[in-house]
Design a protein around this ligand. Structure first.
Ligand code: KIV
Length: 278
């Protein structure tokens, strides 16, 4: 019997000093293998926009796309906690609009949702979610959906004042009921300080070694996405070259009439063959 990972499992991991492994996934098969490999949280990130749909920005992906891909991932997962990333402007207009969209994400199969940022409105929204039984993963530091406001892909929390601002936001999110907080693009010392001063786990991405866990975009980790690569990415395999080599070999086999071979075809029964061909 497979034991499903819950938000309590994730909190216990922080309490017991066990690191939390988080990867993104966007399709059924990848999600299935990541789950089988023991990944604790599978995030259907809005990075879907860049790595799977080819948009320039995460701001381009919408609710329809996110729920389709979240459904595919959820159908492949038995054990890991599935988190659906709420896309740009799907939760910012009103609590009512946000709760409708968040409900769609949960109906698609997400066990929890991720919401970027911290302000009075978002705190109210997070309270609504947790009171409705929907766990929320917070996201602080660099928040890509606000990249135009922030001024690009830049490291956050570089001064004592800036770290304390993020810590203050983290405490507010914790108070509102988030089960964990992603810290993106933050110096290691800042992420450590924040992690040590809140109770819920932190999940780092470009945030050094001392977060409670770490997240990576699976297409980066697998060497599949090659348009750009952040410095903190560790590539475990070069899927790009494996795909390229396999596709080249397939093309060559077709040209050389090596595919299909005798073993890869269906045949008529002898008597039918006789009747047909004489
Ligand atoms: O969309 C995403 O993949 C993310 C992670 C990088 C945290 O938000």
């Amino acid at each position: 019997m497979i034991k499903k990972t819950t938000v309590n499992t994730i909190q216990n991991m922080k309490n017991n000093g066990e690191k939390i492994a988080v990867l993104t996934a966007y399709d059924y098969s990848t999600a299935k293998y990541l789950d089988e490999a023991g990944v604790d949280i599978i995030l259907v990130g809005d990075s879907l926009a860049n790595v799977a749909l080819g948009y320039n920005s995460t701001q381009s992906v919408g609710m329809n796309e996110m729920t389709i891909f979240t459904g595919a991932v959820a159908r492949g997962v038995n054990r890991a906690l599935v988190v659906g990333d709420m896309p740009f402007m799907s939760y910012n207009t009103s609590i009512e609009q946000a709760m409708t969209n968040i409900g769609e994400m949960v109906k698609a199969g997400a066990n929890a949702v991720k919401i970027e940022g911290c302000n009075d409105y978002l705190i109210k929204l997070i309270r609504h979610c947790t009171q409705s039984g929907i766990p929320v993963l917070g996201h602080l530091g660099y928040t890509p959906q606000s990249s135009n406001q922030i001024g690009g892909h830049t490291i956050q929390g570089k001064t004592v004042d800036a770290v304390n601002k993020i810590l203050d936001e983290a405490k507010k999110l914790e108070e509102a009921g988030v089960f964990a907080i992603v810290l993106e693009l933050v110096p290691e010392e800042s992420a450590k300080y924040i992690t040590e001063n809140i109770s819920v786990p932190t999940i780092g991405i470009g945030a050094g070694r001392f977060c409670s866990g770490h997240v990576m975009v699976s297409d980066d980790m697998l060497g599949k996405f090659s348009d750009y690569q952040p410095t903190f990415v560790r590539k475990y395999v070069n899927l790009k070259s494996i795909i390229l080599d396999s596709a080249k070999q397939f093309c060559q086999d077709i040209k050389d009439e090596k595919y299909p071979s005798e073993k890869e075809v269906f045949n008529l029964k002898e008597e039918e063959k006789e009747k047909l061909l004489g």
